[in-house]
Design a protein around this ligand. Structure first.
Ligand code: NAD
Length: 340
């Protein structure tokens, strides 16, 4: 029976990446029935809102969504659809693996980090207001419940994926109450994993320097929302850029898989953007759905094609287009299945 998956192509380069990714996922041989829905700029034109209810309804039923990037206006305009979607569906954990790839130029060759970012609160709770005309306040929300939940997710991920250490990242020396509570919650959960998974903490500014200088000292990082957003882009940069950085938003009821990068409007419709990040997000989706072998096969095909260097997109120094890169992966997957 085909798996029904909600597909949100998104804005900018999103639709062409979604087309490439669904084609590659179809070539794994697992049956999918894609249910496309509009969110973001496209949905404003058709539904008068960037996040129509039908998007949430659609994801709630198969409980799995694959999403392209969505543009968020800077300053004014509509509230981030990405944040709205994560909050409405309770997608509390944002998982962003950063792993070096042969053939992708970067400062280090053997990075293997996993960022676990809390996805529902912190400064992303969206509570801000003007105080008079010349001052603005944003309220940072940190709760014990959400902090313990994300810490447990990080430790469980470590246990289930053969990892050895979790590092909690914070600024509890300055934000003694909010970040202090996050750190305290991580320490509480760490006790349950004593003797199995090592635990330590780092102040976020020091963490950024350490990641640039000694990334091999770290394994799984757990962070509140804002630091998680920033540090995951830093880690994406360490392994060769946003074009190769996948992500997953996971909750108790539903999960939505999406690349770390945004809608890169200047490349929209040019068949130039790298679909690797969205394809690897699709591999995370396969693993989540209980297809670990197919996920590994897909990741290996992507890694092999990039390592061979014959079909790479502009950001990796090549000139292959989005669709042709996907063709190369599809060929590799179908040839491999024919040979089995
Ligand atoms: P961006 O990630 O869209 O682009 C930054 C640069 O990275 C691009 O100019 C391009 O050079 C490169 N890049 C990104 N993706 C690439 C790909 N697949 N292949 C090759 N190169 C790629 O970041 P931005 O310019 O800061 O944001 C653009 C829009 O995307 C904004 O509206 C932002 O809010 C939104 N955004 C959405 C998400 C999401 O949907 N989850 C995430 C981040 C940003």
């Amino acid at each position: 029976m085909a798996h029904r998956i909600t597909l949100i192509p998104g804005d900018g380069i999103g639709p062409e990446l979604a087309e490439a990714t669904t084609r590659v996922l179809d070539a794994t041989g697992i049956g999918f029935e894609w249910e496309p829905v509009e969110a973001g700029e496209a949905a404003i034109a058709t539904h008068g809102t960037p996040l129509p209810d039908e998007v949430l309804e659609s994801i709630r039923s198969p409980q799995v969504g694959l999403k392209g990037p969505i543009t968020t206006p800077v300053g004014g305009g509509f509230r981030s659809v990405n944040v709205g979607l994560r909050q409405a569906l309770g997608l509390y954990a944002n998982l962003r693996p950063a792993r070096s790839m042969v053939g992708v130029e970067s400062r280090y060759e053997d990075i293997d980090l996993v960022i676990v970012r809390e996805n529902t609160e912190d400064l992303y709770a969206g509570i801000e207001h003007m105080v008079g005309r010349d001052a603005a306040e944003s309220i940072k929300i940190i709760t014990r419940e959400a902090s313990e939940r994300i810490a447990r997710f990080a430790f469980e991920y470590a246990v289930n994926n053969g990892r050895h250490k979790v590092t909690a990242v914070h600024k509890a020396n300055i934000m003694k109450l909010s970040d202090g509570l996050f750190l305290e919650s991580c320490r509480t959960i760490a006790v349950d994993y004593d003797g199995r998974i090592e635990f330590e903490d780092r102040i976020v500014d020091n963490m950024c320097m350490q990641l640039v200088q000694k990334p091999d000292l770290y394994d799984v990082l757990v962070l509140p929302n804002l630091y998680g957003d920033i540090v995951s882009d830093l880690c994406a940069g360490l392994v060769g850029g946003l074009g190769v950085a996948p992500g997953a938003n996971i909750g108790t009821e539903a999960a939505v898989f999406e690349p770390v990068h945004g809608s890169a409007p200047k490349y929209a419709g040019l068949d130039r953007a790298n679909p690797t990040a969205m394809i690897l997000s699709g591999a995370l989706m396969l693993r989540h759905m209980g297809y670990p072998d197919e996920a590994t096969r897909l990741e290996t095909a992507v890694r092999d094609i990039i390592a061979e260097g014959t079909a790479t997109t502009y950001d990796l120094g090549g000139s292959t287009g989005t669709a042709a890169f996907a063709d190369a992966i599809v060929d590799r997957l179908t040839t491999a299945s024919a040979a089995r």
